[in-house]
Ligand binder design. Structure first.
Ligand code: ITT
Length: 215
Protein backbone atom coordinates (compact mmCIF):
# COMPACT_ATOMS: atom_id res chain seq x y z
CA UNK A 1 0.00 0.00 0.00
CA UNK A 2 1.39 3.36 -1.01
CA UNK A 3 2.36 5.79 1.74
CA UNK A 4 2.21 9.51 1.02
CA UNK A 5 4.84 11.46 2.92
CA UNK A 6 4.03 14.94 4.21
CA UNK A 7 6.55 17.15 5.99
CA UNK A 8 6.02 20.18 8.18
CA UNK A 9 6.18 23.64 6.58
CA UNK A 10 5.72 22.46 3.02
CA UNK A 11 4.55 25.90 1.89
CA UNK A 12 7.92 27.44 2.61
CA UNK A 13 9.89 24.63 1.08
CA UNK A 14 10.96 26.19 -2.19
CA UNK A 15 12.84 28.86 -0.23
CA UNK A 16 15.04 26.14 1.25
CA UNK A 17 16.70 25.52 -2.09
CA UNK A 18 19.87 27.52 -2.38
CA UNK A 19 20.43 27.76 -6.11
CA UNK A 20 23.73 29.57 -5.62
CA UNK A 21 25.05 27.15 -3.04
CA UNK A 22 28.65 26.00 -3.22
CA UNK A 23 28.80 22.37 -4.31
CA UNK A 24 28.47 20.24 -1.20
CA UNK A 25 30.18 16.97 -0.35
CA UNK A 26 27.48 14.43 -1.00
CA UNK A 27 27.24 11.32 1.06
CA UNK A 28 23.80 10.35 -0.16
CA UNK A 29 23.06 8.87 -3.55
CA UNK A 30 19.89 7.80 -5.27
CA UNK A 31 19.06 6.54 -8.76
CA UNK A 32 16.47 8.35 -10.89
CA UNK A 33 14.90 5.92 -13.35
CA UNK A 34 13.84 7.97 -16.35
CA UNK A 35 14.34 8.28 -20.07
CA UNK A 36 13.80 12.04 -19.96
CA UNK A 37 17.02 14.01 -19.60
CA UNK A 38 15.18 17.31 -18.95
CA UNK A 39 13.39 15.83 -15.97
CA UNK A 40 16.64 14.37 -14.73
CA UNK A 41 18.41 17.75 -14.93
CA UNK A 42 15.66 19.54 -13.03
CA UNK A 43 15.64 16.97 -10.24
CA UNK A 44 19.44 16.77 -10.13
CA UNK A 45 19.69 20.53 -9.63
CA UNK A 46 17.31 20.39 -6.64
CA UNK A 47 18.81 17.31 -4.98
CA UNK A 48 22.35 18.46 -5.58
CA UNK A 49 21.68 21.78 -3.82
CA UNK A 50 20.35 19.72 -0.89
CA UNK A 51 23.40 17.46 -0.68
CA UNK A 52 22.03 14.41 -2.49
CA UNK A 53 23.70 13.02 -5.61
CA UNK A 54 21.62 11.27 -8.27
CA UNK A 55 22.38 9.09 -11.23
CA UNK A 56 20.16 8.58 -14.27
CA UNK A 57 19.27 5.06 -15.30
CA UNK A 58 16.93 4.22 -18.14
CA UNK A 59 15.60 0.76 -17.33
CA UNK A 60 11.94 1.70 -17.35
CA UNK A 61 9.62 -0.95 -18.70
CA UNK A 62 6.27 -0.22 -20.31
CA UNK A 63 4.07 2.06 -18.19
CA UNK A 64 0.75 0.62 -17.07
CA UNK A 65 -2.41 2.13 -18.55
CA UNK A 66 -4.15 4.01 -15.76
CA UNK A 67 -6.02 7.28 -15.28
CA UNK A 68 -4.17 7.74 -12.00
CA UNK A 69 -0.74 9.37 -12.13
CA UNK A 70 0.23 8.15 -8.65
CA UNK A 71 -0.62 4.57 -9.58
CA UNK A 72 1.49 4.79 -12.75
CA UNK A 73 4.47 6.15 -10.78
CA UNK A 74 4.13 3.52 -8.05
CA UNK A 75 3.94 0.72 -10.59
CA UNK A 76 6.96 2.02 -12.48
CA UNK A 77 8.95 2.18 -9.23
CA UNK A 78 8.09 -1.40 -8.29
CA UNK A 79 8.93 -2.60 -11.80
CA UNK A 80 12.24 -0.72 -11.85
CA UNK A 81 13.20 -2.06 -8.41
CA UNK A 82 12.52 -5.60 -9.63
CA UNK A 83 15.04 -4.97 -12.40
CA UNK A 84 17.88 -3.24 -10.56
CA UNK A 85 17.40 -3.99 -6.83
CA UNK A 86 18.69 -0.58 -5.76
CA UNK A 87 16.98 2.30 -3.95
CA UNK A 88 15.48 4.52 -6.63
CA UNK A 89 13.02 7.21 -7.59
CA UNK A 90 10.70 7.44 -10.59
CA UNK A 91 8.48 10.34 -11.53
CA UNK A 92 5.24 10.52 -13.45
CA UNK A 93 4.05 13.99 -14.43
CA UNK A 94 1.15 15.38 -16.41
CA UNK A 95 -0.62 18.50 -17.59
CA UNK A 96 -4.22 18.77 -16.38
CA UNK A 97 -6.43 21.23 -18.31
CA UNK A 98 -9.55 22.38 -16.44
CA UNK A 99 -11.70 22.93 -19.54
CA UNK A 100 -11.06 19.31 -20.57
CA UNK A 101 -11.81 17.84 -17.11
CA UNK A 102 -8.12 17.27 -16.49
CA UNK A 103 -7.20 15.82 -19.89
CA UNK A 104 -4.48 14.98 -20.98
CA UNK A 105 -3.31 14.27 -17.37
CA UNK A 106 -1.95 10.70 -17.26
CA UNK A 107 -2.10 10.60 -21.07
CA UNK A 108 0.27 13.57 -21.43
CA UNK A 109 3.13 11.64 -23.04
CA UNK A 110 0.85 10.22 -25.74
CA UNK A 111 -0.87 13.55 -26.41
CA UNK A 112 2.46 15.35 -26.63
CA UNK A 113 3.79 12.72 -29.01
CA UNK A 114 0.73 12.87 -31.27
CA UNK A 115 -0.83 16.36 -31.42
CA UNK A 116 1.93 18.29 -29.59
CA UNK A 117 1.52 21.86 -28.35
CA UNK A 118 -0.02 23.10 -31.60
CA UNK A 119 -2.77 20.50 -31.27
CA UNK A 120 -3.55 21.53 -27.68
CA UNK A 121 -3.72 25.20 -28.72
CA UNK A 122 -6.04 24.28 -31.58
CA UNK A 123 -8.35 22.31 -29.26
CA UNK A 124 -8.45 25.32 -26.96
CA UNK A 125 -9.37 27.86 -29.63
CA UNK A 126 -12.30 29.98 -28.43
CA UNK A 127 -12.17 28.52 -24.90
CA UNK A 128 -12.14 31.25 -22.26
CA UNK A 129 -11.20 29.09 -19.27
CA UNK A 130 -7.50 28.46 -19.79
CA UNK A 131 -6.74 27.24 -16.27
CA UNK A 132 -4.47 24.21 -16.03
CA UNK A 133 -2.06 22.60 -13.63
CA UNK A 134 1.03 20.47 -13.76
CA UNK A 135 1.23 17.55 -11.34
CA UNK A 136 4.27 15.52 -10.36
CA UNK A 137 4.29 12.21 -8.50
CA UNK A 138 7.72 11.05 -7.36
CA UNK A 139 7.86 7.56 -5.91
CA UNK A 140 10.86 6.39 -3.91
CA UNK A 141 11.32 2.63 -3.58
CA UNK A 142 13.74 0.66 -1.47
CA UNK A 143 13.65 -2.79 0.08
CA UNK A 144 13.30 -1.17 3.50
CA UNK A 145 10.54 1.36 2.75
CA UNK A 146 8.51 0.00 -0.15
CA UNK A 147 6.87 2.70 -2.30
CA UNK A 148 6.67 6.22 -0.87
CA UNK A 149 4.88 9.03 -2.70
CA UNK A 150 5.92 12.69 -2.87
CA UNK A 151 3.62 15.07 -4.75
CA UNK A 152 3.88 18.52 -6.28
CA UNK A 153 1.38 20.68 -8.12
CA UNK A 154 1.66 24.03 -9.91
CA UNK A 155 -1.37 26.00 -11.08
CA UNK A 156 -1.32 28.22 -14.10
CA UNK A 157 -2.84 28.66 -17.52
CA UNK A 158 -2.48 27.60 -21.12
CA UNK A 159 -1.14 30.48 -23.20
CA UNK A 160 -2.65 31.60 -26.52
CA UNK A 161 0.54 30.87 -28.44
CA UNK A 162 3.75 28.87 -27.88
CA UNK A 163 6.37 30.99 -26.11
CA UNK A 164 10.00 29.88 -25.76
CA UNK A 165 13.00 31.68 -24.33
CA UNK A 166 16.03 32.70 -26.32
CA UNK A 167 17.97 29.65 -25.23
CA UNK A 168 15.00 27.55 -26.39
CA UNK A 169 14.97 25.91 -22.97
CA UNK A 170 12.28 23.67 -21.59
CA UNK A 171 10.59 20.62 -23.02
CA UNK A 172 7.16 19.11 -23.61
CA UNK A 173 4.33 21.49 -22.74
CA UNK A 174 6.68 24.12 -21.26
CA UNK A 175 6.08 26.64 -24.11
CA UNK A 176 2.30 26.73 -23.52
CA UNK A 177 2.17 26.68 -19.70
CA UNK A 178 2.41 29.91 -17.69
CA UNK A 179 2.36 29.43 -13.93
CA UNK A 180 0.11 31.75 -11.88
CA UNK A 181 1.78 35.03 -10.83
CA UNK A 182 4.46 34.59 -13.50
CA UNK A 183 5.01 36.64 -16.66
CA UNK A 184 6.91 33.79 -18.28
CA UNK A 185 6.01 30.37 -19.57
CA UNK A 186 8.07 27.46 -18.21
CA UNK A 187 9.98 27.48 -21.52
CA UNK A 188 10.91 31.16 -21.10
CA UNK A 189 12.40 30.42 -17.68
CA UNK A 190 15.88 29.19 -16.91
CA UNK A 191 16.07 25.80 -15.21
CA UNK A 192 16.67 27.60 -11.90
CA UNK A 193 13.61 29.83 -12.38
CA UNK A 194 11.45 26.83 -13.27
CA UNK A 195 12.73 25.03 -10.19
CA UNK A 196 11.48 27.87 -7.97
CA UNK A 197 7.86 27.22 -8.95
CA UNK A 198 7.48 23.87 -10.67
CA UNK A 199 5.43 20.82 -9.71
CA UNK A 200 8.55 18.65 -10.08
CA UNK A 201 10.64 20.88 -7.81
CA UNK A 202 7.95 20.79 -5.11
CA UNK A 203 7.83 16.99 -5.19
CA UNK A 204 11.64 16.69 -5.36
CA UNK A 205 12.11 18.98 -2.34
CA UNK A 206 9.59 16.96 -0.32
CA UNK A 207 11.48 13.81 -1.23
CA UNK A 208 14.89 15.34 -0.44
CA UNK A 209 13.77 16.64 2.96
CA UNK A 210 12.35 13.26 3.90
CA UNK A 211 15.41 11.42 2.54
CA UNK A 212 17.86 13.60 4.46
CA UNK A 213 15.93 13.16 7.69
CA UNK A 214 15.52 9.42 7.51
CA UNK A 215 18.03 7.69 5.24
P1 ITT B 1 9.91 9.10 -18.03
O1 ITT B 1 10.90 8.28 -18.80
O2 ITT B 1 10.45 9.59 -16.73
O3 ITT B 1 8.56 8.42 -17.89
P2 ITT B 1 8.45 10.93 -19.77
O4 ITT B 1 9.00 11.90 -20.78
O5 ITT B 1 7.63 9.78 -20.29
O6 ITT B 1 9.69 10.43 -18.91
P3 ITT B 1 6.23 11.70 -17.98
O7 ITT B 1 5.53 10.43 -18.28
O8 ITT B 1 6.46 12.06 -16.55
O9 ITT B 1 7.67 11.78 -18.72
O10 ITT B 1 5.50 12.94 -18.61
C1 ITT B 1 4.62 12.81 -19.71
C2 ITT B 1 4.79 13.96 -20.67
O11 ITT B 1 4.31 15.16 -20.05
C3 ITT B 1 6.23 14.27 -21.06
O12 ITT B 1 6.67 13.50 -22.12
C4 ITT B 1 6.14 15.75 -21.42
O13 ITT B 1 5.71 15.91 -22.74
C5 ITT B 1 5.07 16.25 -20.45
N1 ITT B 1 5.70 16.86 -19.27
C6 ITT B 1 5.97 16.29 -18.07
N2 ITT B 1 6.56 17.14 -17.23
C7 ITT B 1 6.68 18.31 -17.92
C8 ITT B 1 7.21 19.57 -17.64
O14 ITT B 1 7.79 19.84 -16.47
N3 ITT B 1 7.16 20.50 -18.59
C9 ITT B 1 6.59 20.26 -19.78
N4 ITT B 1 6.07 19.10 -20.14
C10 ITT B 1 6.11 18.12 -19.23
Amino acid sequence: MRKSVKLKGEGAMLKNVNNNAEPQIKSKFVLFITGNFHKFNEVRSILSSMGIAIGMLCVKGKEIQSDNTNEIAENSAIEAFDRCHLPLIVEDAGLFIDAFEGFPGPYSAYVYKTIQNKGILKLMEGIQNRKASFYSAIVYYSQKTGPLLFEGKTEGEITLTERKGEGNSGFGFDPIFQPSRSEKTFAEMTLKEKNLVSHRAKAAIKFAEWYKQTQ
